[in-house]
Ligand binder design. Structure first.
Ligand code: SAM
Length: 289
């Protein structure tokens, strides 16, 4: 830790850098955590790693040693200058100065694969916490041709993402992650592993893309629309939430659907499995035909 801390401080001093809070800049300084992220990502020379938010490049340095290619996407142009200076001798280093939410990752990945340069793509990042959810949603909903996503994020968010739907306190995003991925906790990370220290505890999680989604449905968008409607009013019963948001045309129709699926009329969104939501969606789709 000592060396990485000193190295980080020195890079910041030399370049006149102060961590930008509004960009979620908390730089990792814990070697054990860095090694754990890299090892759990199972990177080989056949892989291209996309690193979101490389910052000063602490994690990037490890990734460059292991991966065939490392493509960094960083919004802060001050970091771009530092990264280019640090890694210009690495042939497998590439960087894009852009907001990750605006980058067409599908296009980049298909082009790399078409050129035969990479076999697999893995996402690895210590994410900026202020946009964790939009980034994860983009990575999943864009249906990228990737193998896994290994990220450090805020602990509370991590636990919601990797929960099994229906079993624990969950949110709509729990179902999205579960639909696309099998996920696991890698490690909890104390605040002292960063400079500056974040106000929240962090966790590293790994999401491996399933070869087939968790449930079979012809139009998953409708299922996710129903899940979002159900969780928009999560304190209400599912029946009321879905009636208020017009997923059920009336309470009577809702009751009829719940009965058909053996779901109690007082059940709440968080008690439903993804299969339950899939079954509701199939009935709604059938009714609308
Ligand atoms: N990877 C570095 C590390 O572990 O020390 C830095 C991680 S820091 C938590 C998050 C990084 O994401 C910062 O470098 C920040 O500038 C960058 N970032 C913030 N918003 C971004 C966005 N919309 N697109 C790309 N990078 C972003």
């Amino acid at each position: 830790m000592e060396n990485i801390l000193e190295e980080t401080k020195s890079i910041m001093k030399q370049n006149g850098i102060r961590a930008n809070k509004s960009l979620g800049q908390n730089f990792l300084i814990n070697k054990d955590v860095l090694e754990s992220i890299v090892n759990s990502s199972e990177i080989s020379k056949d892989d291209m790693v996309i690193e979101i938010g490389p910052g000063l490049g602490t994690l990037t340095k490890y990734l460059l040693e292991k991966a065939g290619e490392v493509l960094c996407i960083e919004i802060d142009s001050k970091m771009i200058k530092i990264l280019n200076n640090r890694f210009n001798q690495y042939e497998n280093f590439e960087i894009i100065n852009e907001d990750v939410l605006k980058v067409d990752l599908n296009n980049i990945i298909s082009e790399k694969k078409r050129q035969g340069k990479v076999k697999n793509v893995k996402i690895v990042a210590n994410l900026p916490y202020y946009i964790t959810t939009p980034i994860i949603m983009k990575l999943l909903e864009d249906k990228l041709d990737i193998e896994s996503i290994t990220v450090m994020i805020q602990k509370e968010v991590a636990e919601r993402l990797i929960a099994v739907p229906g079993e624990k306190e969950t949110g709509a995003i729990t179902y999205t992650v579960y639909y696309y991925c099998e996920s696991e906790k890698i490690m909890e990370v104390p605040n002292s592993s960063f400079i500056p220290e974040p106000e929240v505890t962090s966790e590293v999680i790994k999401m491996e893309l399933r070869s087939k989604p968790a449930v079979e449905i012809e139009n998953p968008k409708i299922m996710f629309m129903i899940i979002k409607s159900a969780f928009m009013q999560r304190r209400k019963t599912l029946l009321n939430a879905l009636t208020n948001t017009k997923v059920f045309l009336s309470k009577e129709e809702g009751l009829e659907i719940l009965k058909k699926l053996n779901l109690g009329e007082n059940i709440r969104a968080e008690n439903l499995s993804i299969q339950d939501f899939c079954n509701i969606a199939k009935i709604i789709i059938e009714k609308s035909k």
